[in-house]
Design a binder for this molecule. Structure first.
Ligand code: PXG
Length: 456
């Protein structure tokens, strides 16, 4: 292996490597941070810095870094069968075993899985699948999918279209046809004078209104994250999901839960759908499915859908070369076994999640924080100039950017979404490490406030 100095690597990176979601001009000017290793909940860079990774990579390393069992399973599988496809009525062991394991842990109505490589392609599958489901029942016009503003469902044409990110729609002519967006259940920013309950009901009933506007026989599905992650950890009021369940049932609209972030223990149960009692017909999975150790995503479908596919026959013309990749499936299966055998989710729920939430709430006492919220191992901090009026420092997420930088200087990875700091630690984080997180976060908030006040 060649060895490099950091400066050399930065130069090569800037010259040849096109990064995702990146301002290329800014990137050329500042250079990248080069991450060289990781262990437990910590990552290390090429300058010798250590960071507490309160983002689990990108919301994905649920079991934490450094689990060599996953490397061993990947090596063994590569030696045994590095690749074979599952087209043309073939199968291989890891994909079958993983599909069975998923049926065991998923809500009872979910018993079959389609595999892909990521959350984005999973949501492309969702779009094609739900439209196909109605087509083969003679309802070709039932092709509208309703989603929400400020949702994140990925970066492919369909994923970005389902997502409600205006900046993404502004590039490249999105959304694709027959995708509708309704307002999100973001109480802190959009609740106005309503009570939490009134607001929850109002935002859920926006779905019913839209279904009636476009006509019920046109609506194929509604898709939503149980908690919006990349949108800023938006947690719906308690009455939101029950009302959504009711509406989807009433109009026979398929309910698709995007579990890419909420799945695999993030909210204290296997799935966000368990936590919120979402009666989903389709679930998109990725990230925590392999704890990020392999690129794998999946779409789980309820019996109601598979019954139609099985009885109608005909080919669903959809699939990827790497659907059910044996190495990715073997690693994901081992990841699920570890979560199960070590009772990582139960232990987090019983021992550490409440403590984490108490520390997140305590960060809400900081003068810079207008609201601190969270569920399970998800947290969000709203940065404001004035707690009472919720006034921000600016409209461009400037405070978030300042805070993210302060965190990094202090050895903490906490991401900003505009002026919301989002937190998503590995499920294995201990109470001591939660304290460490809290102190680093408080110090970073202090420094951010001082810096923002000077800039004012
Ligand atoms: N659905 C949800 C709910 C997600 O959070 C995707 C789908 C797409 O998954 P893939 O594997 O194609 O990335 C995601 C991904 C961020 C950030 O900055 C979040 C995601 C991806 C990249 C960045 O918060 N979430």
């Amino acid at each position: 292996m060649r060895t490099y100095h950091t400066a050399q690597l930065r130069e090569l990176d800037a010259k040849h490597y096109m990064h995702p979601f990146t301002d290329h001009k800014g990137m050329r000017e500042n250079g990248a941070r080069i991450i060289t290793g990781a262990e437990n909940i910590y990552i290390y860079d090429s300058d010798g810095n250590k960071y507490l990774d309160a983002m689990s990579g990108l919301w994905c390393v649920n079991i934490g870094y450094g689990r060599t069992e996953l490397a061993e399973v990947a090596k063994l599988q590569m030696e045994q069968l590095p690749y074979y496809n599952s087209f043309f009525q073939t199968a291989q062991l890891p994909a079958v075993e993983l599909a069975e394991a998923l049926a065991e842990i998923a809500p009872t109505q979910m018993n079959r899985t389609f595999f892909g490589c990521s959350g984005s392609d999973g949501n492309d599958t969702v779009v094609r699948l739900v439209r196909y489901f109605w087509e083969i029942q003679g309802q070709e016009n039932r092709n509208i999918i309703i989603s929400r503003n400020n949702a994140y469902h990925g970066s492919t044409m369909a994923g970005a279209s389902l997502g409600g990110m205006k900046a993404m729609h502004a590039q490249g002519g999105l959304p694709i046809a027959n995708i509708e967006h309704i307002d999100q259940p973001y109480f802190y920013a959009e609740g106005g004078d309503l009570s939490l309950e009134e607001f929850g009901l109002q935002r859920a009933q926006a779905l019913e209104q839209r279904i009636l506007e476009v006509r019920p026989d046109r609506v194929a599905a509604f898709i939503a994250e149980p908690i919006q992650g990349a949108g800023g950890v938006i947690i719906p009021p308690d009455n939101y999901w029950p009302e959504i369940n009711r509406i989807c049932k009433k109009y026979d609209v398929l309910l698709c839960a995007d579990e890419v972030i909420c799945g695999f223990g993030r909210t204290g149960e296997w799935f966000g759908s368990d936590t919120f009692n979402i009666e989903a017909d389709v679930m998109t999975l990725a990230k925590g499915l392999s704890s990020g150790y392999q690129t794998i995503g999946a779409v789980m479908v309820a019996d109601k859908i598979t019954a139609v596919l099985d009885s109608k026959g005909g080919e669903f013309a959809h699939g990827y070369t790497y659907s059910g990749h044996p190495v990715a499936c073997a690693v994901a299966l081992r990841n699920i076994q570890i979560l199960r055998d070590e009772q990582i989710i139960e232990r987090a729920r019983d021992n550490t999640m409440d403590y984490f939430q108490s520390r997140v709430s305590a960060l809400g006492e900081h003068p810079l924080v207008g609201e601190a919220r969270g569920t399970g191992f998800l947290g969000g901090l709203e940065l404001v100039a004035d707690k009472d009026t919720k006034q921000k420092f600016d409209e461009d997420g400037g405070a978030g950017t300042v805070c993210r930088k302060m965190c990094l200087n202090n050895g903490l990875v906490m991401r900003s979404v505009g002026d919301i700091m989002v937190i998503c630690p590995p499920l294995i984080i201990t109470r001591e490490q939660i304290d460490e997180f809290y102190h680093l976060a408080w110090a970073s908030l202090d420094q951010s406030l001082a810096s923002l006040k000077i800039a004012e």
